[in-house]
Design a protein. Sequence first.
Length: 369
Amino acid sequence: MNRRDALLRLAFAGLSAVARPARAIERPARVVFLNPGEAVERGTGQHWQLVSRFMTEAALTFGMQLEVLYAERDHLLMLRQAQQVAQRRDPPDYVVIVNEKMAAGRMLPILAASPARVLLIHNDLTSAQRTEIGNERERIANWIGTVTANAERGGYRLMQYLCMAHGAGEVRVIGITGDPNTPASLERAEGVEAWLAHSERGRTVQLVNSDWSYADAFQKARVLLARYPAANIVWAANDSMTLGALQAVMERGAQVVVGGMGAMQEAVASVRDGGLTAMIAGDYFIGAIAMVLLYDYHHGADFAAAGGVRQTLDFLSVIDRGNAAQYDETVFVRRQRPDFAQFSRYRHTQASRYDFDLQRLLNTGIKVS
């Protein structure tokens, strides 16, 4: 029997109790987030730093303890960090992981040796990975759940808005997405294609993969715009790539509508000022949403009773010129911390399901002294 199978059997045989939520816990929950991104932005955008920031704000709201370990986009370091956490003599209550570069399929068996409960966020496992290791609360009993944003719906809404902004006529679309093996990246592109098929407005002339960076997207957009001079819409799967594509469009002087996914401050400012047409916002709240689920679970209100152990939440929203200034003020300038407590079913027992509405989050907050 190899080490992987042994860990899976250990999880199934010895850790079945950990899938049950805690009851009447007085001690604050301790959470470790194995962040796959970079601690300091190096050209691929601030997404993962913002995920950590809003997780921290949610932790403060709920009185939870959060430790963030950055893997610097190195999947081998992610595995080593998972091993180190699994071997701690004083383990955390919860570990939050991401299936970045398909690493969660190896991290989950490693963490099965720990009493900590594991929550997977942002990128779900692929079907092949689930076939190999099973689903939540099965062979790996301490894998208590998965929560992701509905990236396909986000891509669908983006293309719907960009086509509307383009106006009448056939659309010819250039797409720039990220890692071809990352589920969220694939789902964003699937959403774009779903809208084009539904609307019959046009087609994608080419979809290319990039490394999530401004520089690479800029170069690829330059090549594609020259190759397809009739292209009139460009979209990209994160802020850095979207801004790189916009720069290529501006240099060419093309009449092209540009939008993307993410809504970091620089991209939101570009939307506000009339550069980018629209961005899809909300992805970086997924870590804070995970903290809501773990807070409830820790206090005996199992999130599985309100949507299941595997939740795909539809909260990604369009930021356009009409709401970009308000979004920037609320999310980035901020005089208030977003009120994540309003989504807790433990604190609001009348709620039958989770409703992570982005507009509700923007309209409410907690004063920060």
